[in-house]
Design a binder for this molecule. Structure first.
Ligand code: TXA
Ligand code: MG
Length: 317
């Protein structure tokens, strides 16, 4: 049985002690719940892959609380330092050269010479990292390929009995995973909670796109991902028979659910994964076989939402 811990001093102390013992503890971040393990422990990192059923070639993001911790993990060229200054703590992951002697389990980087680093903004994530006192490897806290968790209940639904504990910090505010960027030429590896427009403005240049489903070197780059049980149809302007319909903005009369009745993309991102889970439940209850989702504009957080929806709708492997 997975322990459910409160996000208070007692819960944080218990969580940090479990982590120090090489156990796995799920914790809230502003994007989604992460499945944390000591990034320096082979056993803890191996347990992460085991608990999620995650392919070993898919490397993990290392979470840090401070710039000092970040510098022990990775090299920061000037451009990276500027971005960290502008957007950390927050929903941005930087893929950087691994610091020699960083002391990670090789499983974290899947043998790459680079490491993905993120400084989360959520106060509970930050308090846990500080109390634990070291870097935490943390993928989203869901079985590999399934819908990411934005509440402690979602974590329990997917991983009960497979992990030591979850710290309940309430629902995640952003609701989609971090934006992943590699440097050299700045390249977008995954659209996410930090809008591309904000990054391009800070960099003063357009981002190259690194998305290639054949070469899954960033997260959701595997074809089918974020998949609910039911099939998914996108750009649905109406509901067809046998569908549960997820609407967006005003023009979706009769939709069972809505990502945002007012067409607010920030609200839509925050409700995305919860809505997919709720639609799946409704589909099971109603004997429906498909989830239809209204069109979402391709700007701001809409890009991350559409990215996750396309993967949820992709042919299942
Ligand atoms: O918001 C988030 O990023 C959440 C929370 C928990 O922080 N974490 C998350 O982790 O989404 P995950 O494991 O589901 O996605 C991380 C992705 C991996 O799939 C991997 O492909 C990519 O980051 N990644 C990790 N290390 C990399 C590297 N060295 N080079 C390129 N991509 C890397
Ligand atoms: Mg994930």
């Amino acid at each position: 049985m997975t322990e459910r811990l409160n996000a208070d001093a007692t819960g944080l102390a218990r969580g940090a002690a479990l982590l120090a013992a090489g156990e796995l503890v799920a914790f809230p971040t502003e994007t989604v719940y992460g499945l944390g393990g000591d990034a320096r422990s082979d056993m803890a990192v191996a347990r992460i892959f085991e608990a999620k059923g995650r392919p070993r070639f898919n490397p993990l993001i290392v979470h840090v609380a401070t710039m000092e911790m970040a510098e022990q993990v990775a090299e920061f060229p000037k451009a990276a330092r500027d971005l960290a200054q502008a957007f950390w703590p927050g929903p941005l992951t930087l893929v950087l050269p691994l610091k020699p002697g960083a002391g990670f389990s090789d499983l974290v980087t899947a043998g790459h010479e680079t490491v993905a680093v993120r400084m989360p903004a959520h106060p509970v994530a930050r308090a846990l990292l500080t109390e634990f006192g070291g870097p935490l490897a943390a993928p989203s806290a869901n079985p590999s390929g399934k819908v990411s968790p934005t509440t402690a209940d979602h974590v329990i639904e997917g991983l009960d009995g497979r992990i030591a504990a979850v710290i309940d910090g309430g629902p995640c505010e952003v609701g989609v995973e971090s934006t992943i960027l590699s440097l050299g030429p700045p390249t977008l590896l995954r659209p996410g909670g930090l809008p591309i427009e904000a990054l391009e403005e800070a960099l003063g240049q357009k981002l190259a796109s690194g998305g290639d489903a054949q070469k899954p070197n960033a997260p959701g780059q595997l074809t089918s991902h974020y998949a609910p049980g039911a099939a998914v149809r996108l750009e649905a302007a109406t509901r067809e028979p046998g569908e549960i319909w997820i609407g967006f903005d005003g023009n979706c009369d009769g939709a069972e659910l809505s990502l945002s009745p007012n067409g607010d993309l920030v609200e839509a991102a925050a409700s995305l994964f919860g809505a997919l889970r709720a639609a799946d439940r409704l589909a099971r209850e109603a004997g429906a076989t498909r989830i239809a989702v209204a069109p979402i504009p391709e700007r701001g957080l809409g890009r991350a939402i559409n990215d996750r929806l396309r993967r949820a709708a992709a042919p299942r492997g």
